[in-house]
Design a binder for this molecule. Structure first.
Ligand code: TYD
Ligand code: MG
Length: 452
């Protein structure tokens, strides 16, 4: 037992230093270093550790039997259900609907006769009940607990023996032996570590709720991402009712999987066909709009990409990308200038993914590029066209994975023609009367879709 020392910990990323710094060297955020007392010795986090090395062949394989929650979109995102003994983090902005989602999930889960413990450090059981009643929840296997002391929670959970424990939220939890306030990096890390040990030992599935704030006042659940088995993010735009649940990390299944919900009066409703939702407000034949098929995990989703170009009033043009990576859009603008000879230097450019989706799939490049050209020329892209392809720096259209799945989804959504990278033509079967245009360069694609 050494004596307690002081250290400074970044509340954003968990970077530690012996002296205070105005700017965290770890994440470059300002004013995030807070003094915390160092605790005696490092605790062991790994709960399923083994005493000595054992031969690979003799390790007992865990088959990870999944338990379906019964909330389909959530089960999909988890990789087909929740694994007993798994430790999951659900992160998201405050007010996005995390508590609502999990309360609804616990209801589904408890209906099958399994016990669920819902621990809230933010609301009283009366408040949760009130909300639950509005959501139509009535269940004798669902147990509520308003508590923030993790030791008490673990003690009670040991007695109750639930199959699933929800901790809402990790930022409100504390361990009495740690001096810093709930929500500080030390508390978040240590309470999570205690819950992790408990989860693994008792083979109970635990879901932590973590608020993400941009200011970094509360310890971002970023530091938890390394500890948990699965990280889900719940996102959505404040002015939209759609909510998207994404897998960022999953030790038991695929990542980048997503589930789509709509926040309604009576809670979250699963959206069975996201493409339909994202295309529901399309306007007929507007210049600057195009459709692409993005792969979100194993699922293809059709989205509309809109672009607007307008003459710049200032020396440097504005470039705004919503739902897309800014640098990606900047690159596409540069390729359009240099390789397709479309001079956009005097134009402000706005690019937007309709419906509040966020795209990372490079297959959307071609749709971004053509939406920009379509707006610039004020000439609409044919309404039933689908554009897929990655744009390379030399203006070439590069192949993308899972073309068949994307096209199948597009066909179901009434797409009549697909413009795709030539390399993707090989070995693909096209449904029915779908027309196909294979392109090799950006110029070729522009000519094909918008004419010369
Ligand atoms: P909540 O689950 O409390 O968010 P979080 O736990 O992520 O902070 O959701 C709060 C918002 O959801 C609140 O603005 C009201 C809205 N909401 C509905 O629109 N319908 C509902 O049935 C419920 C329960 C909440
Ligand atoms: Mg909440």
């Amino acid at each position: 037992m050494g004596k307690t020392k002081s250290k400074f910990v970044c509340q954003q990323c968990g970077y530690e230093s012996a002296k205070w710094m105005g700017r965290c060297p770890g994440c470059s955020e300002w004013n995030t270093m807070v003094e915390e007392r160092e605790e005696k010795e490092e605790k062991r986090w790994l709960s399923h550790r083994m005493e000595k090395p054992i031969p690979f062949n003799e390790v007992k394989g865990e088959t990870a039997p999944r338990i379906q929650i019964g909330f389909r979109e959530l089960d999909r995102v988890l990789g087909g259900g929740i694994v007993p003994g798994s430790f999951t983090l659900v992160g998201g902005d405050p007010g996005i609907g995390k508590s609502t989602l999990l309360l609804q999930a616990t209801h589904q889960f408890a209906r099958e006769g399994r016990k669920v413990l819902y621990v809230s450090g933010e609301e009283s059981p009366a408040q949760i009940r009130l909300r639950g009643e509005r959501l139509g929840i009535k269940n004798e296997n669902l147990f509520l607990m308003a508590e923030t002391n993790v030791e008490t929670i673990i003690e009670e959970a040991k007695k109750l023996k639930p199959t699933l424990v929800i901790i809402d939220s990790i930022q409100t939890m504390f361990l009495p032996e740690i001096s810093s306030a709930p929500g500080s990096v030390s508390q978040v890390r240590e309470t999570a570590a205690a819950l992790l040990r408990f989860t693994k030992r008792e083979e109970i599935a635990t879901i932590l709720v973590g608020h993400v704030t941009k200011q970094g006042e509360i310890a971002g659940p970023r530091i938890l991402e390394h500890m948990v088995d699965t990280v889900l993010y719940f996102e959505g735009e404040a002015h939209h009712t759609y909510r998207i649940l994404r897998t960022v990390k999953n030790r038991f299944g695929p990542t980048h999987e997503m589930g789509v919900f709509e926040m309604k009066e009576k809670g979250l409703v699963e959206v069975q066909n996201p493409s339909e939702l994202f295309l529901s407000e399309r306007s007929l034949a507007a210049a600057g709009a195009s459709i692409t098929a993005t792969m979100e995990g194993t699922r293809p989703i059709l989205v509309e990409i809109q672009a607007l170009l307008s003459p710049t009033l200032f020396p440097t043009p504005r470039r705004v990308a919503t739902g897309l990576d800014y640098n990606r859009v900047a690159m596409i603008l540069a390729v359009l200038e240099k390789r397709a000879g479309i001079l956009l230097g005097s134009q402000d450019a706005y690019v937007n993914v309709v419906g509040g989706m966020r795209l990372n799939d490079p297959a959307a490049d071609l749709a971004i590029a053509l939406s920009l050209v379509s707006s610039y020329r004020d000439r609409p892209i044919p309404y039933h066209d689908l554009l897929i392809g990655e744009v390379g720096l030399t203006g070439e259209i590069r192949g993308v994975p899972r073309v068949e799945q994307r096209i199948q989804e597009a066909y179901q959504m009434g797409i009549k023609r697909v413009i795709l990278p030539r390399i993707n033509l090989q070995g693909i079967e096209f449904p029915g009367e779908m027309k196909v245009s294979a392109v090799e360069t950006l110029t070729e694609a522009i000519d094909e879709v918008l004419g010369r």
